[in-house]
Write a protein that binds this ligand. Sequence first.
Ligand code: ZN
Length: 150
Amino acid sequence: MSDLRELYQELIVDHNRRPRNYGVLPSANRRADGHNPLCGDRVTVYAIVNGDVIEDLRFEGAGCAISTASASLMTAAVKGKTLAQAHALFEDFHLLVTGQAEGPALEERVGKLAVLAGVREFPSRVKCATLAWHTLENGLRGEAAPVTTE
Ligand code: ZN
């Protein structure tokens, strides 16, 4: 288990240092800003939605390692998915990081996002891990108001 934890930790460090899909997406047709005042994390999520498929997405922002790694992992996980698939994935991810559910079946559904399961032991970090997701959901709904986790 400690080896697994180390691996998970490495993935979080890696995604924090070299975030995937980072930057502005000029042709985005969805966009939302998110803010986690508890930690000071800020994120902007850009997406290109065509029909019900999220064809591309990127993010930019500044925050703690957990929020940046989570946003990076989210963009990699959601790209190419349908809106319904992305929403279902967020529901599973939310269950995982809040500790409302666990187990191999859930971890298989969330894939690499499982590296963030450890935040369930740190309730104040759950908002760091879910900020990008709440922001994405807000952007996909086309709501203009900034997201806050408060
Ligand atoms: Zn944070």
